[in-house]
Structures are given as structure tokens and as C-alpha cells.
Design a protein around this ligand. Sequence first.
Ligand code: SF4
Length: 691
Amino acid sequence: MQLYCESRFVAKRRQTREVKVGNVGVGGNNPIRVQSMTTSLTQDVAATVKQCIRLAEAGCEVVRITAPNKQAAEALKDIRAQFSAAGFAETPLVADIHFLPSAAMVAVEHVEKVRVNPGNYADKKKFAVKEYSDKDYDLELERLHEAFTPLVLRAKELGRALRIGTNHGSLSDRLMNRYGDSPLGMVESALEFIRICESHNFHDIILSMKSSNTKVMIAAYRLVVAKMLEENMRYPLHLGVTEAGDGEDARIKSAIGIGALLYDGLGDTIRVSLTEDPWYEVPVASDLARRAEALWANCDAVEPQYPHAELVNPYEYKKRDVVEVSFGPQTLINPLEPPRVITKIPGKLSTEAEQIVATAKAAQKQLKDARIEGLLLEIKDAADAEAFNFAALQLASEVKAFVLEVAPGLTPDNLSAIATLQGPRLVICPTLTKDAGEVMAWGEFVKSRGGLLAVNLPAMDVEDFAEEFKAIDENNLIFTCTTARTLSAFDDKPDDTHPLGAYRALVNTLAIQNIRSPLWLRYEPGFTILDGEGFGRQLLEASMFVGNIFADGAGDLISTENVDDPVRATNLAYNILQGARMRTVKTEYVACPSCGRTLFDLQEVTQRIKGRTGHLKGVTIAVMGCIVNGPGEMADADFGYVGGAPNKINLYVGKECVEFNIPEAEALDRLEDLIRRHGKWVDPVEEPVGA
Ligand code: SF4
């Protein structure tokens, strides 16, 4: 299979054909286009036009509107006319269609693009379990061909674009029964529709492969590109993570999924789905888009000549197999354990030890769901090494490990004052030079202290010292590769904005050398792709980078050192792990952004559900305005709260609907009751007054 991206080592944009959506070009050399979607009732033309205007003014370049039936599709005519009259004739509109070809045939007359969901567009979606013989399968495909052809032909006549918008939760019965609810099923579903388009010589197609599960979504997009290449197709991609929810968690989830793919050079238009008013989606999407464009602009230089073919299978999530390493009391690192979190407290130990200790203690106290596991401190000289003993004694009960970053020029002799710790593990991260004797000396030092050596070297240097590392033993090592080192990894490429390639090269070298030590991912100062608003920028950048490496199955420790505040840094690291589905420390919400199909006030209800269930660590709750995207989207959720009819709620346990048409006023209590009956409820702990 051809590789899905131009390069796995630099962020090069994938070459696609350009598709015109009205006058807005998508793909080719066009900027990444930012999209969003209205949430008003489509037939309420005035409200929908108002939302379109607000979105366009916020910078949204393509506006999508749901058309759940023919009446809504007909309303698109007036919406288009009034939106144009308001001065937005150049901003294209997209009709969102599920189930009804008849609505699509009306919508295509009025708007510049029509999105269809291949899982439910004229294909059966009754969740039937049935063996499809090849003959049955082909017959259904023929039926699909007939049902979809009129839309393709009309789009061609009118110069409209189509989006084949596959969704993980809503594959047709035919595909589900043959491929399961898998990235491959999603890909096949889209390709069937593209082949129908191509049979009519229609090529104005954009594709999406959305899921609320970032691992599934990343794998599906990568796979569809590789499969398209086999058939010589280069259609642009619309990226999105569905049902991401709201607030910081939703931004993190979107940046993990969308950002990881942008880092790979994939993505021509994006939508960040938030359970918030839609105009709040636009700056987040724009930020991700501009960041990716900056990466792509910087990375069209010479590609590093990395000597080995990669061993990672990028189309299938599989956790990297690492040896078991102890990271402190009852804290193991191995393929079954979640990644560990390291928090940096900056400062000079010999003069500021008391303050550093106080900051670490205060941070632990403030953290709610998260904990500082590894504490990263700097050793700038021998005096710092002596002062460390005081800090270690004060903080021994607070952390699992002390990670000491050792300044250049210091040797193990300079650290001789460091005592052997009782309890927490000692992890030494020296600045290594290209001297095998030095590597061995550090190896001996950590062994003498019962600690670990954190090797911070680029792939090529790791290869040079493979024998030394084997002598030290993989159980005593962890590896990392910081941004500054990227420069030495790829000497011929004066670019420090693609640490991803350096980490990927490192993972591969470790595999080739059969060194199965854990990998520490570091989002550290100097990582900035694009200047922007402080923490908001850091949150997106860290999520993009870490999400991509996690998608490759690598990453056993994480630190977000670019964030100064240790509470924020620690929370961010845990939230990224939760967004990437690597570690759960709080309630997880899968909430749709709402649209004109929504059957209740989604934002308000989501907040009420959060208020009632926010203390249920490890429980996943889906909140959906309707069931369009199918129960498949709730496959990973323990419980679902879903609009069944206007102001009537259906409750789900996993994919199964267990209570129908509950009046909305009762639904939250019934949800709590359902959670109790399934043994997942705990009563919230009252905060003491004045706490
Ligand atoms: S799940 Fe939510 S966003 Fe999706 S169609 Fe239904 S109401 Fe609209």
C-alpha cells in the first residue's frame, strides 16, 4: 500500500485536486478552509441567516446547515438569497443530509455543496445482523448506485460539490456486517460512493471520516488516503472529531485528532465541533489551520535521509511494546499501564529550594482529578545537586519520581551529593555528548542510586550508542528527544518545528535496535509553531504533537513543560491523555455540537448533566441531540442521553436503547437512576465549608 502522506518525517502537505465549493477553492494550493454549522431550526429562515452572517463575520469560510426533510431543504433557497443579499454571496452554503435523497435533490438546487452520509443515504440502517452473500451485497450496491446517481448528475449539471461524510457511528448494515464498525468499514463506505461519482465522471468530491474516538478517526483518515492512492484518487479531506463536547476538553480532543492529521500533511478543510455557540468553533479551527500551514511552509526543505524503513503500522492503533519499568511506588510503566505524567517546577534548587518545594506542595493540593507523578527539577551545578536532597526529603510523599534534568558540562562526579532515595524513583536526564564513556558513566551512576537514565538523544546518536545502552540494560532506561535535538538529528535541515519526525525516527531506531525502553514525550519551551494567546496556543500545540505520536502507539510518559503553571501543566497533560483515550481520570463526555435537528437545548442540558455526574470518574456519558449519527457513536460510552422526539429523551446503556420517550423534565433523574442500577454511581463528596 502506498504511504498515506508525503513524508512521515517532515510535515509536507498532501497534494490533492482542487474542488470548488462555489467560488471557494478547497484542496490544491488553497489555504485550509474553516467551516462550521448553524444550530437554529433550518425552517426559521431569519434565525438561520442571522447565524450564517455571524459565522461568516467570525471568519467561517463555508457554512453548513442541516436539511432533515424537504421543507428544510426548500428553506435553503431563501436562506441563500438573504445571506447573499446581506453581502455574503461569496460564502458557500452546504446542506447536511441524512437518510433522504429527496431532501438532497431539493437542497442541491440552492446551495453550493451537499453533504451526504453514506451510512444512511439510501442504504439500510436498521442495525440488522445478517450475513450478506456476495450476491446480496452486489445487489445492494446496485441499488445504491441507482439511488445516488440522480444527485451526482444534478450536482454535475449545476457545478455543485459533494461531501461524502462518513461517520464511525452510522455505517450501513451491509458494511457493518462485512467490516464491523472499523476504520476499514468507514473507508469502504466512502469509496463506494466515490466510485459511483467517478462512474459519472464527477470529481468535485470532498471526503470526511469522522469519529468521536480520535484513534479511530486518525486511522480512518490515514487509511482512506492510502486506499484512494491505490485507485489514483486525490480528493481533498474535511477533518473533524465528532461529538467532542465543550470547553478545554473539546479543544484538546479536536487538536489531537485534527492536529495529528495536519501534522501528517493531511486536511484541506476543518471543522471543530463544540457544544457551544457555533462561532466559538471558528477561532479554534483557524488557529489549527494557520499552525498547520506554518508547519507546512517550513517543512518543504530537504527531507532528512533517514536510513531505515519505518516499522510502525500507521493504519492500526497498537501500543508500542515496552519493557516494564518502575516509575516509583506502585507506579509501573508497561504496555498495560497508562502513560505517566511529569510536571516541571522551574527554579534554581540551591537558592530557591524552599519555594520550589512550596510550589510543588501547593500544586498537588490544588489538583483535583490529576496528580503530579514525576517532578522535573533542574540541576544547573553541583550546589543544586546538594540542595536536591532537601527538596527530595520534603516532597518524598508527594511524588512517585524525581526527574533531574542535568545541565551541559556536569558529570556524575558533580552529582555525587545526591543521596539514594527511599520511596520515589530517581530519573537522571543528563545532557549527553557523543562520548560512549560518558554514556556508560551515567549508566553506572543511575544504577548506583537505583534510578533510571533518561536518554535525550536523536535517533542517529541512539544508533551509535546501541551497544552501550544494551550494557546499561533497557530496564534502566527511558528515551526522549527534545526539540533542540531535532536540529542535530537532521543536520541538513535547518528547521526545528517538526519534532514529530525526530520522535518517529527515535521510535523506529529503538525498534530496529531491539531496545524496548519507554518513551517520554516532551512539549517543552521552544516548541512554538506560531505565536498566539498564551495557554490557548500551548493547549493546541501540545495536543497536536502528542496526539500524533500516540496515534502511532508510542508514548509512555508525558510532560507539558512549555506551560509554566504546574497546576495547568499537569491538568493539560492528563486532559490530553484522556482526550487521546490513553488515561481516564474524570468523567468523559461525548456531546454533539447540536444543529437544526436537535430535539432539546443541548448546551443547557449538557451543563446540567455535567453538574450531576461530573464526579463519576471513569464513566463516559454521551449527550446527543438526535440519533442521526447512530448508536455506534455511543459504542465507547457507558450511558447515552439522546433526543428521541421533541422534548422526549431516550436513554442508552452502551449501544442499546433501554428507556424510550421519557419527558425531558424527568430525564436527568432517570439517567442518574440508570447509572445507579448499573453500579456506576457514587455519591458526590461534600466539600467542607470554607475549603
Ligand atoms: S447528533 Fe446532534 S449535531 Fe448530529 S445531527 Fe443530531 S442533533 Fe445534529
